[in-house]
Design a protein around this ligand. Sequence first.
Ligand code: UD1
Ligand code: CA
Length: 465
Amino acid sequence: MVAVAILAAGRGTRMKSSLPKVLHPLGSKSLVERVLDSVADIKPSRVFAIVGYEAGRVRTALTDYATTHDLGYEVEFVEQTEQLGTGHAVQQLLPHLEGFGEELLVLNGDVPLLRPATIAQLLETHRSRGNGATILTAQLPDPTGYGRVFCVQSETGENDKFESIIEHRDCTPEQRQNARINAGIYCFDWPKLEKVLPTLNTNNDQGEYYITDAVNYLSPVTAMDVSDYQEIFGINDRVQLANAYGMLQQRKREELMRAGVLLIDPASVTIDDSVTVGAETVIEPQTHLRGSTTIGANCRIGPGSLIENSAIGDGVTAMYSVISDSSVADSSRIGPYAHLRGEAEIGANCRIGNFVEVKQSTIGDRTNAAHLSYLGNATLGEKVNIGAGTITANYDGANKHPTTIGDGSKTGSNSVLVAPIEIGKNVTIAAGSTITKDVEDDTLAIGRARQSVRKGWKLKSKPSE
Ligand code: UD1
Ligand code: CA
């Protein structure tokens, strides 16, 4: 089985950041976490991260990621204390891969958009052609800065038989016209590469050990063009980081639209690649879906909603609302202007909205809280009606206390339920009540001053007037 090396030792000076480049976030994951994910499908036997700049920090971040995600492999760290070039980085593997008889795949920690299918295809091409090395190449509209790859026709009739690779700085003006570039991603026959690595030298303009020099001694070598050149896009600065995010977003939007999701104004929404959305759901403008969010089918989400780490059922609407770490069951209507957070669990066919906040509460099916409420640490049964302005007073300044409201109960407008408190089933709370004691089933509870009326009463006027 194949081994993988991820080059991640560079500092990334152009990011102008104290954070190592490969740890910069791109959506929900860092650059190098995306690279870790991209090799899971080929089931590598060993995965090495070559670390250098801020090695401890990179190691901690990747170990955390590997333990919390089911990658199917462990990450081994190899330290490259001085960064003397891409060839030098791969040389660091020599003590670790002694006697290893298969392929080594070399990836870059700062090339986060490479698709798993492309990696699989590179490996497959390498094996079927019996290569010593296979280089991933791309035809770029602007190849400036990249190493250029020169090929001739192979026995397959394709222009893929490797002839030479020349770094941009060493190219003649004519050679620079060649738009076929080295993506810096390779598949090597390790037993062959192992013999060549110690012979690399620094006889070049930069005085570095170049992995590209090794390719010349590994015949047969073929180049494989990536079909979508955006995949090999490397991140060197924050402009490229933002562009990569745009590409990732475009991919996600297209994936969803092809799967039957309607995006009214695709450019105005952001959707993490970890999010799933069911068919015939409509995503309205200015909507943002983040983290481990799932949205069912036939929903209407937005305009103007943010949903993160939440599970939304089928047929739900969520207009101008913020939903985090929560769930909403089928056919419920959320918003406009609702805030569900901290494990709010909303049942089916509920209505929560018009300035309602629900925190760490469970709301039964067909229950409504339609106007101006705060429900915190509350458990509501089914078919409860929360009147406008009802508040659960759950906090005594030190601790949070629970409120429960049984099936079929109604709270009048502007009622305050002082927790801890239990309201039974089919209870009616009169409007304007402050309820401090538990209420039994089938009862009316009134907790407010009686209205008094003084007939003929007038405001005293000031003597001067
Ligand atoms: C390299 C290729 C070039 C190719 C380009 C694609 C060489 C000599 N040239 O150039 O043909 O077009 O990538 O992006 O390989 N790294 C280490 N340790 C080191 C040096 C680099 O880990 O000592 C890592 C970097 O962090 C980076 C990757 O290797 O992730 C590529 O290194 P970089 O210096 O960017 O290579 P280029 O000069 O761009
Ligand atoms: Ca580079």
